[in-house]
Design a protein around this ligand. Structure first.
Ligand code: ATP
Length: 259
């Protein structure tokens, strides 16, 4: 496999809701193993951009090219629905802000992690259960909770289970939409540490939407700052946060510093 081309090439991408743009003119490349944070205030277009990149929303303008595992580069808008489903099965993951949106709440924890394996052709029950249990341990859920349903889990445990369900098939690209917000601060910190170590161990490419600059700082290599649907600043995360160029980014950073 050649890493000479980006995993994702995003060119002039827009999504329109009727006559209004949710995001507009977005350009960037994402490389294998790279973590990209998308930050900005509420309504700036972060979720719309994530939805467009992940093919949940259509691309009104521009192009998104993706390099498949076999090296072929495809224009995502030209893929059939079943090809996109195939990407979700084995190459992509999506971690929702609300864990219930990404889990089957009345299926056991082991079942939640085992299902993606079965969808990828695993058939041996004992092996599926062993792999699922290992993954529970990896995301700090005790092995003896394997038969419990996520309905009986805490918010932090549910989120860790959702991460295991997404990562068990070793995806190449994972979209994350505010994965730590809505949790207690101490739970957030632990979850972020866990995400950071898994992402680096598995060399995942990640696009993470967050309104929290501390999250961007902790786990991303590069950051895009959005305002009114456009990317107004981008660069290495440390540079963007320590030496913001756009007045809006300066305001965002200083409002955090002032607490
Ligand atoms: N389903 C929709 N129909 C019409 N307009 C929408 C829809 N969803 C979002 N928008 C508009 O698109 C713009 C970008 O919204 P978006 O939800 O992408 O922002 P965001 O940065 O993710 O905000 P938040 O952090 O609050 O989730 C806003 O003006 C919003 O009102």
């Amino acid at each position: 496999m050649s890493d000479e081309r980006p995993l994702l090439e995003v060119r002039n991408v827009s999504h329109r809701y009727g006559h209004r743009f949710g995001c507009r003119g977005v350009d960037f490349d994402l490389w294998p193993g790279e973590v990209l944070a998308v930050v900005g205030e509420s309504g700036s277009g972060k979720s719309t951009l994530l939805g467009t990149l992940s093919q949940r929303l259509d691309t009104s303008e521009g192009s998104i090219r993706y390099r498949l595992d076999d090296g072929d580069v495809v224009n995502l808008a030209e893929l059939s629905e079943s090809a996109v489903r195939g990407l979700w099965r084995s190459e992509w993951g999506f971690v929702h802000q609300n864990a219930a949106d990404g889990l089957r709440m009345h299926v056991s924890a082991g079942g939640n992690v085992g299902e993606p394996l079965m969808a990828n052709g695993w058939r041996h029950y004992g092996r599926i259960r062993a792999e699922a249990t290992d993954w529970l341990e990896r995301v700090e859920i005790p092995r003896d909770r394997v038969d419990d349903t996520p309905a009986a889990f805490s918010g932090g445990m549910r989120q860790r289970l959702q991460i295991a369900r997404n990562l068990v098939v070793s995806p190449r690209l994972v979209f994350m939409d505010e994965p730590t917000s809505g949790l207690d601060v101490s739970v957030q910190a632990r979850l972020l540490d866990l995400i950071r170590s898994l992402v680096s161990d598995l060399e995942l490419a990640v696009i993470i939407v967050t309104h929290d600059l501390a999250v961007a700082r902790l786990i991303s290599h590069r950051t895009l700052v959005m305002k009114d649907g456009r990317v107004i600043e981008s660069g290495l995360t440390d540079r963007v946060l320590d030496d913001p160029q756009a007045p809006y980014t300066q305001l965002l950073v200083s409002s955090i510093l002032q607490g």
